[in-house]
Design a protein around this ligand. Structure first.
Ligand code: 3PG
Length: 215
C-alpha cells in the first residue's frame, strides 16, 4: 500500500488539481466520457464503484484512453479494492475508512485515499501513515471553514475534499494550503452523460482546468 500519492499522481494533481467523480451506468460510455474530459484538460478520473458498469468502465478507459490516470472511488470493501486494481485502477478512494479496509489496503499496490470527516478520523488515519485523505462530504461538513480549522492541529495532513463542490467554490478550496485537489461530479453531470453530450463535458472540463490554476 502507498500512503502517499505516487509521483505521477502528485505531479498530475499539481498540474490540474481537479478530479472528476464519475458515475458510469453504461460501460460503452466510459471511453467517450474519458476522452471528452481529457480534451478539456482533466486527466485524472475517479470512477465510482456505484454501478454494475463501473469496473468494466475502468477496464475500457485503461485500454482505450492512454494518457488518462483512472482510479476507483467509493471503495467500501477489500473485495472492491482488489477488483478495481485488477481492472487497472491506478489509485483507490473511499468515502471513509473501516478497520477491514485499512488492513487490506496494506497489501494494495496503488495509492489509497481513505476518507475522514472528523479530527479523530483524520488522526487515526495519520497514525496509520495516511497523510493524504479524502474529506467527504465537504460542503455539509463545513467546507472551506472546516478545512481551514483542521489545518491548525493537523498541519501534516492534506485533503482532497469532495461532496457539494462546484465551479463557484472549487477555487476557495484550492487556495487552502492543506487542500491538494478537489473532486466532484459537476464536470460530468448525469444528464450530459446520458445524452452523450460530450461537448458540454469538454467545456466543463476546460473551465475546471482553467479555474484550477493555483492562486
Ligand atoms: C463523491 O463521492 O466524492 C461525491 O459523490 C461527489 O460529490 P458531488 O456529486 O457532490 O460532487
Amino acid at each position: 500500500m502507498q500512503h502517499l500519492l505516487n509521483p505521477r499522481l502528485a505531479e498530475e494533481l499539481r498540474r490540474v488539481p481537479v478530479v472528476p467523480v464519475l458515475t458510469i451506468d453504461d460501460a460503452k460510455l466510459a471511453v467517450p466520457l474519458a476522452q471528452a474530459l481529457m480534451a478539456g484538460g482533466l486527466r485524472i478520473l475517479e470512477v465510482t464503484l456505484r454501478t454494475e458498469a463501473a469496473l468494466e468502465g475502468i477496464r475500457r478507459i485503461v485500454q482505450e484512453v492512454p494518457g488518462v490516470l483512472v482510479g476507483a472511488g467509493t471503495v467500501r470493501t477489500p473485495d472492491q479494492g482488489h477488483s478495481a486494481i485488477a481492472a487497472g485502477a491506478r489509485f483507490l478512494v473511499s468515502p471513509g475508512m473501516t478497520p477491514r479496509l485499512v488492513q487490506s489496503a496494506d497489501g494494495w499496490s496503488v495509492p489509497f485515499l481513505p476518507g475522514a470527516a472528523t479530527p479523530s478520523e483524520a488522526m487515526a488515519l495519520a497514525d496509520l501513515g495516511y497523510r493524504a485523505l479524502k474529506f467527504f462530504p465537504a460542503e455539509p461538513l463545513g467546507g472551506v471553514a472546516a478545512l481551514k480549522a483542521l489545518a491548525a492541529p493537523l498541519p501534516d495532513v492534506v485533503f482532497c475534499p469532495t461532496g457539494g463542490i462546484g465551479p463557484d467554490t472549487a477555487r476557495d478550496y484550492l487556495a487552502l494550503p492543506n487542500v491538494v485537489a478537489v473532486g466532484g461530479s459537476w464536470v460530468a453531470p448525469a444528464a450530459a452523460i446520458a445524452k452523450e453530450d460530450w461537448d458540454t463535458i469538454t467545456r466543463l472540463s476546460r473551465e475546471a482546468t482553467g479555474l484550477a490554476v493555483r492562486i
